[in-house]
Design a protein around this ligand. Structure first.
Ligand code: NAP
Length: 244
């Protein structure tokens, strides 16, 4: 059986692919850039001797690519895991163009939800674990990234409902709320708190495959910061950085 990774060529996607390949898992890797995907699949085959298929698609352009994902995964024996470390962020705000808003919604919210909807029969048949990734950006309203944050909050709500809906089926659900991660997109960003290691996160995610773990924060201390941010009275919240 195979693990489908949507957003496989990014920092976290690569770490997950490498960790799963080290365990000898078959992979179906999805992202836009076919060259990056081929290079990743080739490296995983060389390093770990695993089967790694690729599906190059822009998920913001519709869910048609999922037919190929389903066919490829069925050829590998079915779906054991659906991991979706996909994401797209810009410094969006009130003046964000409709096109960028749609892309932010398409990549961060609709793509994961569409993948679950379309692959559901295969996910049930495989007793798969579905893994989604949110962001601490969605903890509370902010002065920037607010379409991205809104989509990640929508995704968290979706995963909570999915977890309920999956009860009584063999499907397991995990949702990880992530603080800053030390991936390529964050290399030059100065962050107010330390960045988490994507390989350490990949280890944790893979070690919990087959379990219904609900919502988990990474690094774990973000759980308490998020709780504190939510409890702060609005007037104080806006003064300590809610606008940033
Ligand atoms: N890095 C952080 O500090 C941080 C913090 C909080 C939450 N997160 C979340 O953690 C997850 C992983 O983050 P990351 O840093 O590893 O992200 P990343 O390096 O930007 O990787 C994103 C992945 O999504 C793919 N992707 C983006 N747009 C796509 C599209 N339209 N169609 C198909 N694939 C697309 C990218 O590949 P292509 O460009 O080739 O398509 C890449 O494989 C994301 O959900 C992100 O929102 C990250």
């Amino acid at each position: 059986m195979a693990y489908v990774i949507i957003g496989a060529s990014g920092g976290l996607g690569r770490a997950l692919a490498d960790r799963l390949a080290a365990d000898g898992r078959k992979l179906v890797l999805v992202a836009r850039d076919p060259d990056a995907l081929s290079a990743l699949a080739g490296a995983l085959r060389d390093r770990h001797g695993v089967e790694a298929a690729t599906v190059a698609a822009d998920v913001a352009q519709g869910a048609g690519y999922l037919d190929e994902v389903a066919r490829t995964a069925r050829a590998a024996g079915g779906i054991e895991g659906l991991l979706m470390p996909i994401g797209f962020a810009v410094r969006d705000g009130i003046g964000t163009t409709p096109e960028t808003m749609r892309e932010l919604g398409g990549v961060n919210f609709f793509a994961p939800a569409e993948a679950v909807a379309k692959l559901w029969p295969d996910l049930v048949a495989g007793g798969a674990t579905i893994v989604g990734f949110g962001s601490i950006t969605a903890a509370r309203g902010r002065g920037r990234n607010f379409v991205y944050g809104a989509m990640k909050r929508a995704l968290l709500s979706y995963f909570e409902s999915l977890r309920l809906a999956a009860r009584g089926t063999p499907v397991k659900v995990q949702f990880w709320v992530l603080g800053f991660l030390d991936t390529d997109v964050m290399k030059t960003e100065k962050t107010p708190l330390p960045k988490g290691d994507p390989r350490q996160l990949a280890d944790r995610v893979v070690s919990r495959m087959g379990r219904d773990t609900g919502i988990t924060y990474f690094p774990g201390w973000w759980k308490w910061i998020t709780l504190a941010l939510r409890l702060l009275p609005w007037a104080i919240y806006t003064r300590i950085g809610g606008r940033g």
